[in-house]
Design a binder for this molecule. Sequence first.
Ligand code: 5GP
Length: 209
Amino acid sequence: MKNKGILIVISGPSGAGKGTVCKQLLDNNTYWLSVSATTRTSRTGEEEGKSYYFLTKEEFNTKIEQGDFLEYAENYGNMYGTPRSKVMEKLDEGQVVILEIDIQGALKVKESFPDGIFIFLLPPSMEELKHRIINRASETPESLMTRFKSAYKEINYISKYNYAVINDTVDSAVAKVESIITAENCRVDRMKEKILDSKEGLIHEQLYD
Ligand code: 5GP
């Protein structure tokens, strides 16, 4: 049985601008964004339950054992995971559910949600990616290098995704993601279920036959 909602996974290398794009996407639309759990310490301005659920390593491990995560991955020494139950609940309600996660996590989600929509967010150039990573005040020189090297490797996974969006300006990247979601909502297989639900005469019969 297919979920009524649409699962949209937005991922890409560190510095591609996933956070900024998702924030504006959520400001413009009534999509539901999954809040991840992490073992990393909170940065200035981050709020518990809004930016992340900040957990200890022990708490995180207990949740792994209980099967509470849809996927989890280690990222630069910290654990990150997507809480399963909320995502399933929102999909059952028919909502557009957004996951903003890294590439390892996206590939794991694809195993259980092959019908999800996987969007790879790209920086306009590797030079720009480097600037963006360097401009993050929270990074040490070592972690900058690690993030930059893994970004290079991660771009190879783009072929596993359905869509690629270049984040040259936030407005245009957000507009492209919105267009993808609109198009996905109009797909015959999704519309068919809605039309069958509403049992509307001719259109219903034509699609049904
Ligand atoms: P940051 O520490 O900068 O907030 O996030 C580091 C990386 O972890 C980013 O690429 C972010 O997208 C990713 N991330 C955040 N939440 C999750 C999650 O639930 N699962 C996975 N696999 N990655 C996540």
